[in-house]
Design a protein around this ligand. Structure first.
Ligand SMILES: NC(=O)c1ccc[n+]([C@@H]2O[C@H](COP(=O)([O-])OP(=O)(O)OC[C@H]3O[C@@H](n4cnc5c(N)ncnc54)[C@H](O)[C@@H]3O)[C@@H](O)[C@H]2O)c1
Length: 509
């Protein structure tokens, strides 16, 4: 392992905005003297004042002792020109997201700093190879992608461009560990790891809305309460800013030659065109401000528990149903083998876990009119809500019975229109497929995918570990059925996922 940058080396931060000031705080807390430089001198003063206040707050809350906070404050130094940065051992650039501006800054820096000074860019979307291209020694530049807010978010993507020296990324990796961060290594490709693999979380949700599966409040509740995500996709887009989120989608889409996997959504384009940018503009998918209505998820009205429900075998949904009914002292029967993969029967309804086909298609193919499809949950034992869809052929009485069974087991039930793959299953399969594709295309390794998505986006489980848990055969089946249902290349299966299924291996041993 390469040694970390010595703590007596000065770290220079170019661009003292939201990210630059956060990174400065992290570097100063780790013991480095930190020089802050910005084209706008008042940004430097503001950033230093902000970081000093942050250290004071940490001391006031007892998270840092007062002497350490003082010492860290004293390590923050303003710089007025690029010349002032000549003695630094590492420069982290966090200026405006503009290729020409970044190239120019690094050319200016290279002419001044010593040959052993490491150069790093915090770019979210530009190619590290392209940023380095204008340098005399492009091998010395790497990406160091922090997440916002940098002091709180543990993940840092360490990005190598086409000819970045592995010693440079190795030193940056060790340095991030020394700074208390969790670094993951990735190759410079559009969106790196997190901004690429996260695309389906927004993309599938927007398609569900476009197809009238349900409304945003209900879908958000499903992702939180069944999927275990901290924020649903619509509230998250409102928080990020619809314009910012759309710009990332468009940049990844365009960098991948308009691959339909990343195609931006008409709904999002419309909202941005209308100026509905999310929280910051007072309106996005939801409205904000005083008197704004609190979003309400739709749950089906309570139905009676039908007589003698039957729960089959011990797949996760079935075993949770058994446990939850048992815990409530409710009567049900248990059978070891399911005739056709159904999870339960109640009042004439057959309940199945979604396999990517619509309930209507499944009902027609199996000749089971009263088909109900249930969505994926992160953990059926603790989930509080489940999404379902009913076949068009399903009778109202059978639907009520199936819903009654799930409600009796303690789930709030949200009915979606009969869309293939429902909400959580289809999204998680697409996240896993994207993770597999990133690994297949040598962007990063399997542990990096899961670590990056858990720490960079707070997903409750890494997508590849989640796919292992669902069963890779099932994930492939869902994606295959989505591809067939829509006839779109968007749902094509990553060769790596297919390979894992054929070789009966998993992503994690
Ligand atoms: N905001 C985020 O969530 C986030 C997350 C990860 C990475 N990033 C990336 O970090 C970088 C900075 O983003 P931000 O949100 O901190 O932006 P920001 O607008 O808050 O700050 C940018 C700062 O750079 C200064 N600046 C602009 N051009 C300059 C130049 N040529 N030389 C010196 N200073 C210059 C500006 O005066 C400003 O103070 C961008 O590349 C962005 O893509 C942002």
């Amino acid at each position: 392992m390469q040694p970390a940058l010595a703590s007596d080396r000065v770290v220079a931060i170019a661009g003292a905005g939201a990210m630059g000031s956060g990174i400065a705080q992290v570097a100063a807390a780790a013991g480095h003297r930190v020089q802050l430089f910005d084209a706008n001198a008042s940004a430097v003063a503001q950033a230093i004042a902000g970081v000093q206040a942050a250290f004071e707050q940490l001391a006031a809350k007892g998270k840092l002792d007062a002497a350490a906070a003082h010492a860290a404050q004293a390590r923050l130094l303003p710089a007025t020109t690029v010349n002032d940065l000549a003695g630094s051992g590492l420069v982290i650039e966090a200026i405006v997201e503009d290729l020409a501006a970044k190239q120019q800054l690094f050319r200016d820096l290279e002419a001044r700093v010593s040959p052993d000074c490491l150069l790093a860019s915090n770019t979210s979307s530009l190619s590290i190879t392209a940023i380095a291209a204008g340098l005399k020694s492009p091998a010395r530049l790497a990406g160091l992608h922090f997440f916002n807010p940098a002091p709180r978010m543990p993940l840092v993507e360490v990005i190598s461009g086409l000819i970045t020296d592995p010693e440079v990324t190795g030193t940056l990796h060790s340095t991030m560990l020394a700074w208390g961060k969790t670094p993951v290594m990735a190759r410079s490709t559009p969106g790196f790891i997190v901004n690429r693999i996260a695309r389906p979380y927004y993309g599938e949700a927007l398609r569900l809305l476009l197809e009238g599966a349900s409304d945003s409040a209900t879908l958000d509740a499903i992702f939180r309460e069944a999927g275990g995500f901290r924020l649903g996709p619509f509230e998250l887009m409102d928080l990020i800013g619809l314009d910012v989120n759309l710009a990332v989608s468009k940049s990844v889409w365009s960098a991948f030659s308009n691959d339909p996997r990343y195609a931006p959504s008409l709904i999002q384009e419309e909202l941005v065109a209308a100026g509905f940018l999310g929280r910051k503009s007072g309106r996005g998918f939801y409205t904000y401000g005083e008197g704004a209505p609190v979003p309400q998820a739709n749950s089906l009205p309570t139905q009676a528990l039908p007589a003698s429900p039957l729960v089959f075998a011990d797949a996760p949904l079935a075993s949770a149903l058994s446990k939850r009914l048992q815990a409530r002292g409710l009567p049900f029967q248990h059978a070891d083998t399911s005739p056709d993969g159904r999870v339960a029967e109640a009042g004439g309804a057959a309940l199945y876990l979604t396999d990517g086909r619509s309930a209507t298609e499944r009902a027609a193919r199996k000749g089971v009119a009263n088909t109900l499809i249930v969505d994926l949950a992160l953990d059926y034992d603790s989930a509080t809500r489940l999404a379902i869809a009913a076949a068009q052929q399903c009778s109202p009485a059978a639907l009520a019975a199936g819903v009654g069974l799930l409600q009796a087991a303690g789930f709030a039930v949200s009915r979606l229109a009969d869309v293939p793959g429902l909400a959580v299953m289809r999204t998680v399969c697409m996240l896993a497929n994207e993770g597999a594709e990133a690994v297949y295309q040598q962007v990063c390794d399997v542990p990096a995918v899961d670590q990056a998505m858990r720490l960079g986006t707070n997903y409750p489980r890494g997508p590849l570990a989640w796919a292992d848990q669902i069963g890779l055969k099932q994930v492939r089946r869902v994606l295959g059925n989505l591809a067939r249902s829509y006839g779109e290349d968007r749902y094509r299966i990553s060769p790596l996922l297919a390979h894992k299924v054929f070789s009966r291996t998993r992503f994690h041993a």
